[in-house]
Design a protein around this ligand. Structure first.
Ligand code: NAD
Length: 276
């Protein structure tokens, strides 16, 4: 399979990347990002909320030098946090993320959550940033179908990506189908259910058949159902384990068995009840 997916504006985004939520600013995030890039990761997912954009930027720069990579070989995502939503404040928040990362441009900038009454103004700001060429693609996160319908009614630019909670207990089939019909790529956050799915018997049984781990099976399932995935770890051995998913393929039957684990169960917040 291809390493990248072509977004609706022609930009190539890696199918696979490193999430750095809760990776501490400073050495923890720096070492994780450097280990990931050394291992072959080309995509890093951060956000203003994670308070580690400076470390991510520093690590990416150091890793580019150490591994002989150029900026265009890497794909960096960040997000505007809820308290910064609105037109002017999003423009400012973007500049802050851009300067903290200090990598010249951001590849993908997302609206972190659909904050009621604000996300359309936030989106207009992202459209401006995009038109100015400061970001290669813009998208949203945690948008349900009704949020997307509402956004698309006024949007000039169709979001390239919708990053949502997605894992074997929350397969998001309807949303995935809807996004696909609009040309919006779906990206999975908490793909491993924050680590809580790794002891699941069915996943362990499937993993044993392929000589893989439950984590690898879930991440491979993401790719085969057409979802970009960004597992998080700060441990070098797990970072390497999670990336080792390109040398096997799950059978159709195993894909369906994993699909059947759906319980519409969230480990994270519900976008319709987030208490904004
Ligand atoms: P995840 O599902 O990626 O699970 C991460 C946890 O699983 C790790 O902390 C570790 O404890 C464990 N783990 C990882 N690999 C392992 C392995 N091979 N073996 C055993 N345990 C392993 O959870 P996540 O961090 O919530 O999600 C991934 C990324 O998605 C985040 O880092 C962040 O970038 C993004 N995210 C986005 C949003 C959003 O609102 N847009 C919300 C949450 C997370």
């Amino acid at each position: 399979m291809q390493d990248t997916v072509t977004l609706n504006n022609g930009v190539e985004m890696p199918w696979f990347g490193l999430g750095v939520y809760q990776a501490k600013e400073g050495q923890e995030v720096i070492q994780a990002v450097k280990a990931a890039i050394r291992t072959g990761y080309r995509s890093i997912d951060t956000a203003a909320l994670y308070r580690n954009e400076e470390g991510v930027g520093q690590a990416v720069k150091e890793a580019m030098e150490e591994n002989g990579l150029t900026r265009d070989q890497l794909f960096i995502t960040s997000k505007v946090w809820n308290s910064d939503q609105g037109y002017e404040s999003t423009l400012q928040a973007f500049e802050t993320s851009l300067s903290k990362l200090n990598l010249g441009y951001i590849d993908l900038f997302l609206v972190h959550w659909p904050v009621k009454g604000k996300y359309k103004d936030t989106w207009r700001a992202l459209e401006k940033i995009y038109a100015e060429g400061k970001v290669r693609a813009i998208g949203v996160s945690n948008f349900q179908i009704h949020h997307l319908e509402d956004l698309l009614a006024d949007a000039k630019v169709v979001p390239a990506v919708n990053q949502v909670e997605l894992h074997p207990h929350l397969t998001q089939k309807e949303l995935l189908q809807y996004c696909r019909s609009k040309g919006i790529e779906t990206e999975a956050w908490s793909p491993l259910g924050q680590g809580q799915l790794l002891d699941h018997e069915t996943l362990k049984e499937i993993a044993a058949k392929y000589g893989k781990t439950a984590a690898q099976v879930i991440l491979r399932w993401d790719l085969q159902v057409g979802v970009v995935t960004i597992p998080k770890s700060v441990r070098a051995e797990r970072i390497a384990e999670n990336a080792d998913i390109f040398d096997f393929a799950l059978s159709e039957e195993d894909i369906r068995e994993i699909d059947r684990l759906n319980q519409n169960k969230r480990f994270g917040a519900d976008p319709d009840n987030f208490g904004f």
